[in-house]
Design a binder for this molecule. Structure first.
Ligand SMILES: Nc1ncnc2c1ncn2[C@@H]1O[C@H](COP(=O)(O)OP(=O)(O)O)[C@@H](O)[C@H]1O
Ligand SMILES: Cc1cn([C@H]2C[C@H](O)[C@@H](COP(=O)(O)OP(=O)(O)O)O2)c(=O)[nH]c1=O
Length: 226
């Protein structure tokens, strides 16, 4: 039997391309798995029907801003309905590699209203208990993408990435989600240690806020340093 967290815990890892989101999200999920915690890992865009449409459309040139916004929101709606909300209802930890801060940053960089994107998403989908914003200079992210063996694509052009980074750095002031900005240019050991510490802190806060911690399994609390 896996260890649940009352009310679940929603953690989104955000940042520009090459920031280390996939690596951090996988590390958090692995940490939870090794400790028997009820945990799921997911990403956006998804591989569900609207997510696949988004990926297919990218092959035939860029959509208009409105089409792009519509597809990312439809994808998120399906994702929230089929995975995110059910996981939280099951008292699981859900770790997301990108979520609605990416819409604010990437579609915002194309001219969408950042305030409207946040308002719509925070009114329509579960708000994260923690956003880990991985911040680093665009050139460092680009180099990591090349080292990873990938070619930066159209979404990953330097100027657009620069605008995305600037918007990401404004989001802590505008979003209602609890968040922390992490210096992701540091060596991996330091970044992973910091992200794990912040994750454990958020989990402990959630447990104390939503449940009578005395009723929680003390071993589970101890895992988070409680
Ligand atoms: N702190 C770090 N220092 C150096 N390389 C890193 C660090 N974090 C991740 N990487 C490497 O950089 C590349 C991009 O990381 P990834 O997690 O795929 O980024 P993202 O999902 O944000 O695009 C991967 O090859 C990963 O192993
Ligand atoms: C979730 C999301 C992603 N994106 C963009 C950011 C990325 O450049 C692109 C693909 O995401 P990425 O994380 O690179 O996924 P994959 O490795 O599976 O291709 O989608 C948006 O423009 N808006 C959004 O709401």
């Amino acid at each position: 039997m896996k260890r649940p967290i009352p009310g679940g815990l929603l953690v989104a890892v955000e940042g520009i391309d090459g920031a280390g989101k996939t690596t951090v999200a996988a590390t958090l999920a692995q940490w939870c798995g090794e400790r028997g915690l009820l945990c799921a890992l997911s990403k956006e865009p998804t591989s569900l029907s609207w997510g696949m449409k988004l990926r297919e459309s990218a092959a035939s040139g860029r959509l208009t801003l409105d089409e792009e916004l519509d597809l990312f929101h439809k994808d998120r709606e399906e994702h929230a309905e089929t995975s995110i909300q059910p996981a939280l209802d099951e008292d699981a930890i859900m770790i997301l590699d990108r979520y609605y801060w990416s819409t604010a940053a990437y579609q915002g960089a194309r001219g969408a209203s950042i305030a409207e994107v946040l308002k719509f998403n925070e009114g329509s989908f579960p708000v994260p208990d923690l956003v880990l914003l991985l911040d680093l200079p665009v050139e460092v992210g680009q180099n990591r993408i090349r080292v990873r063996g990938d070619q930066p694509n159209e979404f990953e052009e330097v100027e657009a990435q620069q605008r995305c980074r600037e918007i990401f750095l404004q989001l802590p002031k505008l979003s209602e989600a609890k968040h922390v900005t992490v210096d992701a240019s540091k060596p991996w050991r330091e970044v992973s240690r910091e992200c794990l510490r912040l994750f454990q802190q958020a989990a402990l806060q959630k447990v104390w806020k939503t449940a009578n911690a005395k009723t929680m399994n003390s071993e589970t609390l101890a895992l988070f340093g409680g």
